[in-house]
Design a protein around this ligand. Structure first.
Ligand code: SF4
Ligand code: MG
Length: 306
């Protein structure tokens, strides 16, 4: 069953006196029940904005989001559609998302919608039930993120979204928390959309990977296919940039510059100024997705029609 269906989603950020910034520029994505989808891309590519639109926190400019076959009604952060408690989000900074002045058990209890107890939920995330009486500052970063996950699980979500949930953690906690989110989603039959800039962690837990660049999904596929045989030049660059175990490694030399300004995106394929394989067609015409890849290298018919 398709749990989440995002179609041609566009989200513009508007600031008075400035041109709108198209943070999400026509992205399509699905998550099946029980499926773990990893959404990867550099920071600033629109991943968080996409997540916020899925949850109904941010209103789309165009396109649609359907969750459990119903359209998501954007109402903002404080007044969310009650149905949308079945989508729960875990954010990057667990310290910011937990109230420092309230015992963690109380914070988990707030979200409980059945007869579960905070202690049971803490045990599900690998903590002792007894820690319910403690305050957030008494925990490590990884433990705090487990508490944030316990609070998300309290609502019995059918879709869990992690927005960079491990990027503030140290390396050993990263793999543990990522693996925990996967196993909790799988055992409860929920879907998981796991957002990260780190492809090497995503590939450990995701069934499918979606690669985002400057507001668009440029490649999607089964994890092993994307990892072993990346098609899009940007996916290849992300793979090549994965640091060696000694911590060295950055975006390779053939990828000049940073992510362009989304307020003035490049014409044609948005990746063309950085792409080592760019052809003439790339700067003038936007590639159409074909078998999960949006790149003229794989659409010879489209290229020829130019
Ligand atoms: Fe590179 Fe052209 Fe493919 Fe864009 S469409 S990724 S510029 S080859
Ligand atoms: Mg982000």
């Amino acid at each position: 069953m398709t749990l989440l269906s995002v179609e041609d989603l566009v989200v513009d950020h508007r600031t008075p006196g400035r041109p709108p910034v198209r943070a999400v520029a026509g992205a399509s994505l699905t998550v099946e029940a029980g499926e773990v989808v990893g959404l990867v891309g550099e920071s600033g590519c629109g991943k968080s904005t996409l997540a916020r639109a899925i949850c109904g926190i941010t209103a789309p400019t165009a396109g649609s989001v359907a969750f459990e076959d119903r359209p998501v009604r954007p109402l903002g952060l404080r007044r969310r559609d009650p149905e949308l408690t079945r989508i729960q989000m875990v954010f990057q900074d667990p310290y910011a998302s937990l109230n420092p002045r309230r015992r963690v058990g109380r914070q988990i209890a707030d979200g409980i919608r059945d007869d579960a107890t905070p202690g049971e939920l803490l045990e599900r995330v690998g903590l002792d039930a007894e820690v319910a009486g403690r305050y957030p500052h008494e925990f490590s970063g990884g433990q705090r993120q487990r508490i944030a996950i316990a609070r998300a699980l309290a609502a019995r979500p059918s879709l869990l979204i992690g927005d960079e949930p491990i990027s503030a953690l140290d390396a050993s906690a990263q793999a543990q928390v990522a693996g925990l989110m996967r196993s909790l989603a799988v055992e409860s039959g929920a879907g998981l959309l796991f957002i990260s800039h780190d492809l090497s962690v995503v590939r450990l837990i995701a069934d499918r990977i979606a690669v985002m660049y400057l507001g668009k999904i440029v490649e999607t596929g089964r994890t092993a296919e994307v990892w072993d045989d990346p098609k899009h030049p940007y996916t290849r660059a992300l793979l090549a940039a994965i640091p060696a175990p000694d911590g060295s490694g950055t975006l390779p030399a053939e990828l000049p510059g940073d992510v362009p300004n989304p307020a003035a995106p490049p014409s044609g394929c948005r990746f063309h100024p950085r792409c080592p394989s760019a052809m003439d067609v790339c700067s003038t015409r936007e590639p159409v997705p074909l078998d999960g890849v949006s790149c003229w290298l794989y659409d010879t018919a489209g290229s020829a029609a130019e």
